[in-house]
Design a protein around this ligand. Structure first.
Ligand code: PLP
Length: 410
């Protein structure tokens, strides 16, 4: 798939890309942090806010019903996008971080009775995780008396299914892992790993923050109990995310946010939670965000996630070839839409600053995955990440910018 096909009409949808930075054409390669939003998503949100805005679920009046319909239609669109079936439910929240905190809290809190996690149980996470899929589990372990076990990557940063098999045991109750490591773009064999964990009787939690914009097996065939994603990493708005999961598994969760709209009945000293999904959506939700996220999913669907993946794979291959040809540059084992690298004699922050001056936006640092960097014996890295609007010219600008930075910094 060449740039031309992928780009037909695409760049024009992202008007922010036309706004220069430091007087230079913006080359936006920070998509793994937050991708740009097309005007169709903004339009859908604007239509909601200007024409259908009201609080949902609580009103008997027509406008409230229209707003509720818009919210529930967004839920149905996202459920279809993720390939959910009748055994699944989808809950809106603010982000992947929010969703993962809900799951970790919900499996370890004992205010609703015996939680899923009990003293002596084991939670497995991998050392590839974003802090958002590590710290909530550390807290859940402390809260419940469970032990946190960490599946360490191999020297090259990849995970071995056999190593997971050795860690799994009769007390394993949760496996939480990423579908794509945000620091490197590496895609673990998460389907096989989740299947093993299920056989051991564990619940599985998939962090799909970096994967949700790309091709994934549908939820109905993916053996996963919980899946988390963020809107802003798939061309949707900020402040909206999804926790999708098997209804049975979601029902095990103690709600993290208690208050309005998530209850069926409240007395002065008793309460009955509402059924899913309301029970995990306490308070007024981000309705415009949900509408925008559904529009983003529609946008990705319309362009084709397979075509998008082929496009970013070609850009990544070009970047890897260009960067590794530079003296003293090492690209980390990875994949997908992400390329991370280190360069002898040049600090990533300095490389990032020189690139910024040339209009090239990348991310530098530990990418909220410090244990992985420690394990690989690495300091900070420079990370470029691609989306459907990026071009071969963007990659050329990256490689040229890094070459210039190295000349200046060494
Ligand atoms: C793999 C992964 N998980 C979780 C997160 C957290 O996402 P958010 O900040 O939207 O909650 C990120 C963000 O970079 C991520 O890349």
């Amino acid at each position: 798939m060449g740039d031309r096909l992928m780009l037909q009409g695409v760049r024009a949808d992202f008007t922010g890309l036309e706004r220069p930075v430091h007087g230079r054409r913006l080359v936006y390669l920070d998509n793994a942090a937050s991708s740009q939003m097309p005007r169709q998503v903004m339009q859908a949100m604007q239509d909601f806010e200007l024409d259908r805005r009201a609080n949902i679920h609580r009103g008997v009046h027509a406008r409230s019903q229209q707003a509720t319909d818009a919210y529930e239609a967004a839920r149905a669109t996202l459920a279809a996008y993720l390939g959910a079936d009748a055994t699944h439910e989808l809950v809106f929240g603010s982000s992947t971080t929010d969703a993962l905190n809900q799951v970790a809290f919900g499996l370890s809190d004992d205010t609703d009775g015996q939680p899923w996690l009990r003293p002596g149980d084991e939670i497995i996470v991998t050392a590839l995780e974003h802090h958002a899929n590590l710290l909530p589990w550390r807290r859940a372990a402390r809260r419940s008396g469970a032990h946190l076990r960490v599946l360490m990557p191999q020297r090259d940063g990849t995970l071995a299914t056999a190593a997971l098999a050795e860690l799994l045991g009769p007390r394993t109750r949760v496996l939480a892992l990423t579908a794509c490591a945000n620091a490197t773009g590496y895609r673990p064999p998460y389907e096989a790993m989740m299947a093993l964990a299920h056989q051991a009787g564990a619940l599985t939690v998939l962090d799909a923050a970096q994967a949700a914009a790309h091709e994934m097996a549908p939820l109905r065939v993916l053996g996963c109990d919980f899946l988390a994603l963020s809107g802003h990493k798939m061309h949707g708005p900020m402040g909206i995310g999804v926790l999708a999961g098997r209804r049975e598994a979601l029902e095990r969760l103690t709600p993290l946010r208690v208050g309005g709209d998530m209850v069926e009945q409240v007395g002065l000293d008793d309460v009955r939670w509402a059924p899913l999904p309301a029970r995990l959506e306490g308070g007024t939700p981000n309705v415009a965000g949900a509408v925008g996220l559904a529009a983003a999913a529609g946008y990705l669907q319309a362009h084709g996630r397979a075509a998008l993946d082929a496009h970013v794979a070609a850009l990544r291959a070009q970047a890897v070839a260009g960067l590794t040809a530079l003296p003293g540059v090492r690209v980390l084992e990875g994949g997908g839409a992400i390329v991370a690298f280190v360069a002898e004699g040049a600090h990533p922050h300095d490389i990032g600053t020189v690139l910024d001056g040339a209009g090239v936006a990348v991310r530098t640092g530990f990418h909220c995955a410090q244990p992985l960097h420690d394990h690989l014996g690495l300091g900070p890295t420079t990370r470029a990440s691609f989306a459907l609007y990026n071009t071969a010219d963007d990659v050329a600008a990256l490689v040229e910018g890094v070459a210039q930075a190295l000349e200046m910094l060494r």
